[in-house]
Write a protein that binds this ligand. Structure first.
Ligand code: GDP
Ligand code: MG
Length: 185
């Protein structure tokens, strides 16, 4: 294949990203900020939907296929299917909701269960950093959790302010690419 052909093929390849975490932490707000550049005050928490977005990451075209999940931890056939298809996972909690932070490990266990312990590209996100006065989780705690679950990176984000939103989605693609490279070696 020519160099140009390869670039085009890369452009068409979809990176399948799944965002997981408790209801109300801002998963939909993050995805919609990333894709549509606007902040949603309300989004039906029971809606599970996928979004496509094309962008440039490190000067290469990338096509993301993002699944915004509805935040339950029960195991259903559909959930198992998307956990099986996902190439990279964003584990999201709210910095203003300690329970959502403590629950995050449950989502990591779900991934482990479906992927039989395979090391998956993973990022931990503490969202709502604009609400500093309501903060219930310290930066260091988030970082420690990220290390504990084997995440490559920890980000504090604000879907409201669009803070670190692109960074999260770009970084998960980088991690998926890095894993792919490793496999080829
Ligand atoms: P999901 O259930 O995880 O998809 O959460 P949503 O995206 O529906 O967000 C739940 C609520 O938190 C909504 O009222 C959002 O407007 C709000 N929200 C989401 N992200 C942020 C954020 O970064 N800052 C603030 N202040 N509110 C947010
Ligand atoms: Mg939602």
């Amino acid at each position: 294949m020519s160099a140009q052909g390869q670039t085009q093929a890369k452009g068409r390849r979809k990176y399948k990203v799944v965002i997981l975490g408790d209801g109300g932490v801002g998963k939909s707000a993050l995805v919609i900020q990333f894709v549509c550049h606007r902040f949603l005050e309300y989004h039906d928490p029971t809606i599970e939907d996928s979004y496509e977005q094309q962008c440039r990451i490190d000067d290469e075209p990338a096509h993301l296929d993002i699944l915004d999940t509805a935040g339950q931890t029960e195991f259903t056939a559909m959930r198992e299917q998307y956990m099986r298809n996902g190439e990279g996972f964003i584990l999201c909690f709210s910095l203003t909701d300690r329970r959502s932070f403590e629950e995050l490990i449950t989502y990591k266990h779900l991934i482990n269960r479906v992927r039989a312990g395979e090391e998956m590209p993973l990022i931990v996100v503490g969202n709502k950093c604009d609400l500093e006065q309501k903060r219930q989780v310290k930066y260091e705690e988030g970082l420690t959790l990220a290390r504990q679950v084997g995440a490559g990176t920890y980000y504090e984000t604000s879907a409201y302010l669009r803070k670190c939103v692109d960074e999260v989605f770009h970084e998960i693609v980088r991690e998926i690419k890095a894993k792919e490279k490793e496999k080829l070696q």
